[in-house]
Design a protein around this ligand. Structure first.
Ligand code: V47
Ligand code: SF4
Length: 359
């Protein structure tokens, strides 16, 4: 069934930043053509960001793949005690940072599994070390899932954990671990992971403490549009109540080496998801087309369907690549600039919170 003429008119007449209700969002997601959705999302994106497309010079540190959880979509983690598990020592982390000191990196993205063998001091030292070697970089570290794990194992409140980490150098929380908020889906995908309510509460807390965060959704596996729209609605409601989300990242499911046995989203589905995100999340300024999971060419197209950011140079990402992401390990600054320009946009280098950097 295609979109009704009345809904078609409503979509074409959307004003910049106009809020749409969830019934309309679902109707659009189910029935609008990808072309009409992309066109409407492009108008919203242009009203906010013109022809600019953002990127950041960053480095990923995935410090341990040992994890107490065993999410079924995750090809990265190893069971506690598995001899194949790897954890970077603080010296190895320092080495990875030193190897790239000649590059003007502005963000270090640090996430890992829930590894019971690592003491509190490891995390604090890791942050201090990053700040010492890279004082000009923003530390975007630890998903809400890791923060909850620290609070439980260190027997501290989540607020005390965030404060302790902040004193050691933490600036921003990344958006991972959200997956799909629907509890039935979570039961199928990641039954051991914190429930959606706790993920949301930790982000709200960080925002109240003045710490910006990102948000994500893992899509294109067992969920449907009802769950996707409900997920976006929960993010929008949280941002209304406790503002602080910098950017939303729709993460296309990478199917290789995982236990789910489903293929992952099509290109058309990825573009629909990006466009719907731009149309629903009227209170979140940025939508990221994460090239490491989407592929560089898909990410270029996503800039035409509502996205305004490509993330960054990356290097060191292991989560998506363990699940078969057929993308490069890193892009150079020149390659990123060319990717954006050849897609028809004007590249703007930014820091983690999207302040443009003087070029
Ligand atoms: O939390 C795990 C997801 C996330 C798979 O905040 C998978 O700027 C796809 O959150 N297929 C980590 N996704 C990545 C992430 C992220 C990436 C880039 C930027 C930011 C940011 C955040 O990746 C995990 C999980 O949701 N994930 N396995 C998979 N097979
Ligand atoms: Fe562990 Fe995160 Fe992988 Fe789940 S997604 S198994 S919490 S590393």
């Amino acid at each position: 069934m295609s979109l009704s003429p009345a809904a078609q008119r409503r979509l074409r007449a959307l004003r910049p930043g106009e809020r749409i209700d969830m019934e309309f969002a679902l109707e659009l997601a189910l029935h609008a053509s990808v072309h009409d959705l992309g066109e409407a999302a492009l108008r919203q994106r242009r009203a906010r960001h013109g022809d600019r497309a953002y990127f950041v010079a960053n480095q990923h540190i995935n410090y341990t793949d040992v994890c107490r959880n065993a999410c079924r979509f995750c090809a990265y983690s190893k069971r506690v005690g598995d001899p194949a598990g790897t954890t970077l020592s603080l010296e190895e982390i320092a080495q990875r940072l030193r190897e790239r000191l000649h590059e003007p990196i502005r963000e270090i993205h640090i996430v890992g599994g829930l590894n019971p063998e690592l003491p509190q001091e490891y995390y604090l030292e890791m942050l201090r070390l990053c700040k010492k070697l890279r004082p000009e970089a923003t530390l975007k570290a630890f998903t809400a899932v890791e923060i909850a794990y620290f609070a439980d194992t260190w027997k501290m409140t989540e607020e005390a954990v965030l404060e302790l980490l902040r004193q050691a150098g933490l600036d921003v929380l990344p958006g991972g671990g959200a997956e799909v908020f629907d509890s039935r889906m979570r039961q199928k995908l990641c039954p051991e992971k914190i429930p959606a309510e706790r993920w949301l509460a930790i982000h709200a807390l960080a925002h109240r403490m003045g710490m910006p965060t990102n948000c994500t959704m893992l899509f294109g596996h067992v969920e449907g549009w009802h769950e996707r729209i409900a997920h976006l609605a929960a993010l929008r409601a949280l941002e209304d109540e406790s503002p602080g989300f910098v950017c939303f990242i729709p993460l296309p499911y990478q199917p290789k080496n995982t236990g789910l046995g489903v293929p992952g989203p099509t290109g058309e589905d990825i573009l629909r998801m990006v466009a719907i995100s731009r149309l629903v999340l009227d209170n979140i300024a940025h939508i990221k087309a994460y090239w490491a999971f989407m592929g560089v060419k898909m990410a270029q197209l996503a800039l035409w369907a509502g996205a305004d950011d490509l993330d960054g140079t990356i290097l060191g990402e292991r989560i998506g690549h363990a699940a078969g992401a057929a993308t490069p390990q890193a892009l150079t600054m020149e390659e990123l600039l060319e990717t954006i320009r050849s897609a028809g946009f004007v590249p703007v280098e930014r820091n983690t919170v999207f302040q443009p950097l003087a070029s």
